[in-house]
Design a protein around this ligand. Sequence first.
Ligand SMILES: *Cc1c(COP(=O)(O)O)cnc(C)c1O
Length: 444
Amino acid sequence: MTAIAPPDIHDANTLAAARALLDAAGDPRQMQQEVLAAVARNEQWRGRECINLLAPEALMSPTVRQLLSAEVGQRAAEGHIGPVNRWFAGTKHIDEIESLCVELLKRLFKSNYAEHRLVASMIGNMAVYAGLTEPGDAVMTIPQPVGGHSSNRHDGPAGIRGLNIVDVPFDATELEVDLPAFERVGKQTRPKLIALGASMTLFPLPVREIAAIADEWGGKVFFDGAHQLGLIAGGQFQDPLAEGAAVMTGSAGKTFSGPQSGVMAWNDPELTPPLLDAVFPALAATHQVNRVAALAAAAAELLAFGQEYMAAVVSNAQTLAHALHTRGVPVLGAHKGYTRTHQVIADVREFGGGLDVAHRLATANLITNKNLLPNDEATDWDRPSGLRIGTTEVTRLGMGEVEMRAIADMIAGVLVEGRDPEHVREEAKELRAGHQRIHFCFSE
Ligand SMILES: *Cc1c(COP(=O)(O)O)cnc(C)c1O
């Protein structure tokens, strides 16, 4: 006799299905089996049979993935590196692991400082706002429809810090910051930070120009490179710190191809106390040392293979974008070579919109996501006009031009030719079956 469930924000039917499974299981051992079975179903489908084109995803190498179950993942190591700084004894090897991670990240980003304890890049963004602003300060950030991310907006860390958030003006046609408009609004607003962070990211951002303008009132550029972190590490995107950003954050699990978590890097010693005080004791305590070890191992892979790997990611994105466009799927940025990152953004209004298209493609085992386009309103987030496609995972599986065109054939087959997604699924499974080995790592 299950009581009627109270209202929830999660989907009620999906939660009800889980309750039914647990009710049917009866005892806890069988309940645990249900968890293992769901994991196994995902591994079979997403891990073996799908073409994963989600821009925020990447595959870890076998070495990096194995480290996530390392013994050290059960150890606690609160505090900064070093025997006196730590709260607990017994951390001498943990200090080795963490300092290797910090030093590898500093090499990769050619920075004076790097932070390794961020369990998510969201936490890194919170650390930047907590360390470098006071409630009530003005900041300028990129709005969602032109690519901005909630972490820098009203509903994320910037919002809960109580900041006055003003839009960075964006040219929706050129898909670039509107610099003359920025100069006008910036001089009026005098923001303490200008957050250049975008989840939809096709072209470089004017870090140098904005840093020079903001210097007039002592404003700093905060580059949220969540998506581009691997591209930056591999030298295939702008280098925000070298161009004048005061601090950079990024996701370790997106193009960086490490464990899902966050990274922060900066050069100015004066920023070190406020940023590190925000990380500990404010935002990280038991920060998952297994994950730190995996992050360090992934950083070493990018030192060795980053240039070649990330160049292939970008060139695959350009090939896929062009192939889609010529097959009748409109792609943004066609007039400027489509993309300089791992992302391809399609306008799928004529095919039913982003939500419907992403689900139809998922039926064909092609995994993408719905995405806001510049002409959408932020409130259209649930049913936006666009589709975002990323090439990091398929590249790490060794796919190149031929496979990009095959993927474009499948996507256009479903959208333009109206092919049955269940038939296309067999082709997707076959393409994936031929690419199971992970490239650009020492453990190939
Ligand atoms: C994904 C993303 C984040 C959050 O990163 P997580 O590692 O998922 O916490 C922050 N900012 C931007 C621009 C993003 O795209």
